[in-house]
Design a protein around this ligand. Structure first.
Ligand code: PLP
Length: 424
């Protein structure tokens, strides 16, 4: 598509956008009386305006019914989970039974690793991406040590080839092949948080299975951002947080996926609690845990329903917009962002885009490394009302999300960046 670098052109794209009105369904920070340009949906998504009502409903039901709120009121708490999972199926590419909302991301990663990382003396390695998100690295290291192994030996990181930024699928499958007799688990993110690169979940899963290992994914930057088909791709397990692209609020309850083929497997090592027990027996207070073939049987505790309500409110907005429509707009937004960034990066190159241009290899986030005075360039953005993200040593990340960002915002940001870079 032939784009133009002008505000009028960007406004025209916004006029054609059938999802443009969703922007008004979100609160956004204001600076000097002007709505800020918020490109941080990859860090903490904005608050949907329906969230407060949804949470207040729980508060009112609690006030009016006390413990009977589990059974009475608009959305009885007992079955609140079941109101959420159908809204997630499309976004995650999973069946109801394979999904559960519980705990937070790193906790779920640990719980699922207990099941899918049962190392033996000979098969004990975890293969993961180099520079995984720190919390994931700590989880891998502590799991390995928990089982009596040494991280230096048991954790195998896949690096990009010398002189390149991105890890290719071939790099990954080659490492899996090399360790095929000792790998227990292959665990990647769906999208690398730093580069914005999408990993080929389907191929990585197939390679892991070929080597006799499980395949798990941390989808923190992928859930709600790209098309996922976890069930069809035969992914063994996955987890993600809901406060980034899924707009469910700071510290939102997190998601977990366990593939259908594992749901009846009582040999998987798991930690259990009463809330995972079969609902028919849950309140009989007996001493036997009855496994049901659903991911919900992984939940342990009474869910914090106020947090579930915030999650449901956010998912209702996704459902109203339609996830495929959002993905289409997302592609168009980031396509225009690539165009605008390339446009302002001439004649002299002032920064380098590290996110892959191929739309199949990225979500909405674009990361670029600034050659000169990078931190000063970044620090100039916020006073102009632009929320972007800084990563050491010189990377700026921007994530225009389809629910509340516009083409015009991309133009305004790019034009301002051009001026800042020229002055830097
Ligand atoms: C955001 C993020 C986390 C954060 O984990 P919490 O347990 O929610 O604090 C972990 N891993 C990745 C890959 C992330 O992007």
């Amino acid at each position: 598509m032939q784009h133009e670098f002008s505000q009028l052109y960007a406004q025209a794209l916004d006029k054609q956008d059938t999802l443009g009105h969703f922007r008004e369904q979100f609160y956004a920070p204001y600076l000097q009386g002007k709505r800020a340009i918020y490109f941080l949906g990859n860090s903490l998504g904005l608050q949907p305006k329906n969230t407060q009502d949804e949470v207040m409903t729980i508060m009112e039901d609690w006030a009016n019914f006390g413990v009977e709120g589990f059974f009475l009121g608009k959305n009885p708490w007992l079955n609140y989970q079941q109101k959420i999972t159908p809204l997630l199926c499309d976004i995650i590419g999973a069946y109801n039974e394979e999904l559960v909302t519980m705990n937070s991301l790193t906790v779920n990663l640990h719980l699922l690793m207990l099941a899918f990382y049962p190392p033996t003396a000979t098969r004990y390695k975890i293969i993961c991406e180099a520079k995984a998100f720190p919390s994931d690295q700590y989880a891998f290291q502590s799991q390995v040590k928990f089982h009596g192994f040494h991280p230096a030996d048991a954790i195998v990181e896949v690096f990009p080839k010398e002189g390149t930024e991105l890890i290719t699928t071939e790099d990954i499958t080659a490492v899996i092949e090399e360790h095929k007799d000792s790998v227990a688990l292959v665990l990647f993110s769906g999208i690398n948080y730093y580069t914005g690169q999408v990993f080929d979940i389907k191929s990585i899963t197939a390679a892991a299975h070929n080597a006799g290992a499980y395949a798990g994914f941390d989808l923190a930057h992928a859930a709600g951002n790209i098309k996922l088909q976890l069930h069809d791709w035969q992914v063994d397990f996955a987890c993600w947080c809901n406060y980034k692209y899924l707009n469910s609020g700071p510290g939102a309850m997190a998601g977990a996926f366990v593939h259908e083929q594992h749901l009846s497997n009582s040999n998987l090592k798991r930690l259990e609690g009463w809330w995972g027990n079969d609902a028919a027996n849950r309140f009989k207070m007996g001493n036997t845990f009855t496994l049901t073939p659903t991911a919900e049987s992984w939940a342990m505790s009474t869910p914090p329903v106020m947090l579930l309500a915030a999650h449901k409110a956010a998912l209702d907005v996704f459902a109203a917009a339609g996830f495929d429509n959002l993905l289409q707009k997302s592609k168009a937004l980031s396509e225009y962002l690539f165009f605008a960034l390339n446009y302002i990066n001439q004649p002299e190159e002032k920064f380098k885009i590290i996110t892959p241009y191929n739309p199949d290899e990225r979500g909405c986030q674009v990361s670029f490394s600034v050659h000169k005075n990078a931190k000063a360039v970044f620090d100039t953005l916020l006073p102009f009302g632009i929320f972007a993200d800084w990563r050491e040593p010189n990377v700026i990340r921007v994530a225009p999300v389809p629910l509340y960002n516009s083409f015009e915002e991309i133009f305004i940001f790019s034009e301002l960046l051009q001026q800042i870079l020229n002055a830097a």
